[in-house]
Design a protein around this ligand. Structure first.
Ligand code: PEP
Ligand code: MG
Length: 587
């Protein structure tokens, strides 16, 4: 039966494919595709893990048998019997084999996928006692996963194992596009999937500018977040359509609906083809204003794609993605230096803006470190606050960036500053980093220094910022969050997350105007910059530098080419005076 689930649109386009459910296991599980030649060894890993748990239960049964009924109640023995039975269940074993050999999932992913499928069968049972056995099944699977952690994968780590869509298309076993459905995908999860095969994503939670949504957008595949209940309503292998423009997922579509979306998909491809002709066209408005269209990237490997998309530089390299998912083993100076250098070289002489680490809030370093200790991580130890709290770590990053700056044009961007004292501390650490490099006799290059304006306090004290910095970059994702007191990652308040709120527009336009007055560079690098419905508005405010995901550059360029910047100025004045700016912007 066809039904739809509504969420928030985050990445444009239509995807049609089979659902792959990512189980939300309590154990941290890697998800990646294996090579066909590794099927047997992955099945063996699960078998070894399962046998270890079976042995453990046998040992417990012997211990219990030696105890009296007081120390070891009858229920305990019965429970162990149930666990043994579940472990030997044919469906568990054959299912795991299926996901490994047919879908080429790694062992852990196959086990959690089968667990999810079986758990649903338990949910549907009438008998309450049997329904409750689902918890036992979960315990058993988690014990297997723990044993498997001890049994290292013979398969290379995920980063080296990623396959391109091309590889998988050549592979007969996977010939249908796959759509990933999950309760939540953390930014490290998303990174793992960045170059993988999924044709679309849907998550139960998340806001339009949550970091998960941002990474989905950077992958340029249709995605919907905040589709509450999606991961419960969809079953493994269901056919689904992801409409990333409307923010809807359609499950089990009828042939008529499939035909309609197939048509939309082809139209979108044609539009992409048309836009690609603009790749080498300079971004200049009708009245001759030059506009700089820059790329936001997460990893050095994204740089060549940014050049291909027509970016004239990187306006935001979110360096924190180098630090994520490493289980506390942070990259040292040399590793970081090589990564920044790779990004710089990948941009072939174009400028690269490297932002220092911005972790915390919805970007934990590891899933296991999701901030549950603090009540409101978005207001806590995030970004520059985190860096200043750990000067050794921050100095390592500063030295690495300075060294990489010897290889090209580098801008150093500091996130989430609000206080003059933070600015002064940052600058003195930068001097210290240079002095350390001098002492070690290492070469380094000059950097232009920029601050992100993403806290209203910063936008209201621009004079202080402009005294110290060469340029400002407006992080509208956070500026909106902090101005309106709306958690950007929380889908339940997403309807109030409004880029066109008069307060937000005033802060953005005054920041642009003040920088222009003082002849300082100013850019917008939040999601507003890549939103074609807001291009004219930002141009009319005087913005001439936009930084966005490479996939959005050509569509924004088309808007720039069609705009007359001078004629937009009086219209923007009206918008800024209005109680209801959206009615003028979207009319
Ligand atoms: C922003 O806040 O707008 C921004 C670009 O930074 P991030 O999205 O990484 O917080
Ligand atoms: Mg930000």
């Amino acid at each position: 039966m066809t039904f739809s689930v509504h969420g928030l649109p985050v990445a444009r386009g239509i995807a049609i494919g089979r659902a792959v459910l990512m189980a939300s296991s309590r154990v941290d599980v890697a998800h990646y595709f294996i090579d066909p030649g590794q099927v047997e060894s992955e099945i063996t890993r699960v078998r070894v893990g399962r046998n270890a748990v079976v042995d453990e239960i046998h040992r417990l049964q012997h211990t219990i048998a030696a105890m009296g009924p007081k120390e070891a109640p009858h229920e305990l023995a019965a429970l162990l019997d149930v666990h043994l039975m579940l472990l030997q269940d044919e469906e568990l074993i054959s299912g795991v084999k299926h996901w490994i050999s047919e879908r080429l999932y790694n062992a852990e992913w196959a086990l959690t996928t089968q667990l999810e499928a079986l758990a649903r069968q338990f949910d549907d049972m009438e008998d309450e006692y049997l329904r409750e056995r689902k918890a036992d099944l979960e315990q058993v699977a988690e014990r297997i996963l723990r044993y498997m952690k001890g049994v290292g994968s013979p398969v290379a780590p995920p980063a080296a194992r990623r396959k391109t869509q091309q590889d998988l298309l050549l592979d007969d076993s996977i010939d249908v596009p796959l759509v990933l459905i999950a309760h939540d995908l953390s930014p490290p999860d998303m990174l793992q999937f960045k170059q993988s095969v999924f044709a679309g994503f849907v998550t139960d939670v998340g806001g339009r500018t949550s970091h998960t949504a941002i990474v989905a957008r950077s992958m340029d595949i249709p995605a919907v977040v905040g589709a509450r209940g999606a991961s419960h309503l969809v079953r493994q292998d269901d056919w689904v359509i992801v409409d990333g423009d409307a923010g809807v997922m359609i499950v089990d579509p009828s042939p008529i609906i499939l035909a309609e979306y197939g048509f939309k998909q082809r139209q979108a491809e044609l539009e992409r083809g048309r836009l690609s002709r603009l790749r080498h066209t300079p971004a200049v408005t009708l009245d001759g204003q030059k506009v700089e269209l820059l790329a936001n990237i997460e990893m050095p490997e994204d740089a060549p794609g940014a050049v291909l998309a027509g970016a004239v530089g990187v306006g935001l390299f979110r360096s924190e993605f180098l630090f994520m998912g490493r289980k506390g083993d942070l990259p040292d100076e040399q590793e970081q230096y090589l990564a920044y250098r790779k990004a710089i070289e990948g941009m072939q002489g174009l400028p690269v803006t490297i932002r220092t680490v911005d972790v915390g809030a919805d970007k934990p370093l590891d899933d296991s470190l999701r901030d549950i200790a603090h009540l409101n991580p978005a207001l806590g130890l995030r970004a520059i606050r985190w860096s200043l709290a750990d000067p050794a770590m921050f100095l390592t990053q500063l030295r690495a960036i300075l060294r990489a700056a010897a290889h090209g044009q580098v801008n150093l961007l500091i996130p989430m500053l609000a206080h003059a004292s933070e600015i002064r501390q940052t600058l003195s650490l930068l001097d210290f980093a240079r002095a350390e490099l001098d002492n070690r006799g290492l070469t380094y290059g000059p950097v232009r220094l920029g601050a992100m304006i993403e806290i209203p306090a910063a936008a209201l004290t621009l004079k202080i910022f402009l005294k110290y910095f060469d340029f400002l970059s407006i992080g509208t994702n956070d500026l909106i969050q902090y101005t309106l007191a709306i958690d950007r990652a929380d889908e339940s308040v997403a309807h109030l997350y409004d880029p066109c709120h008069p307060a937000v527009l005033r802060l953005v336009s005054e920041t642009i105007a003040e920088c222009n007055r003082q002849g300082k560079g100013v850019s917008v690098c939040g999601e507003m910059a890549g939103d074609i419905t807001l291009t004219r508005l930002l141009l009319g405010m005087g913005l001439r530098s936009f930084s966005m995901h490479p996939a959005q550059i050509l569509a924004v360029k088309q808007e720039v080419l069609r705009a007359d910047a001078a004629r937009l100025v009086p219209w923007v004045e009206q918008v800024l005076e209005s109680d209801d700016p959206a009615s003028l912007i979207f009319k």
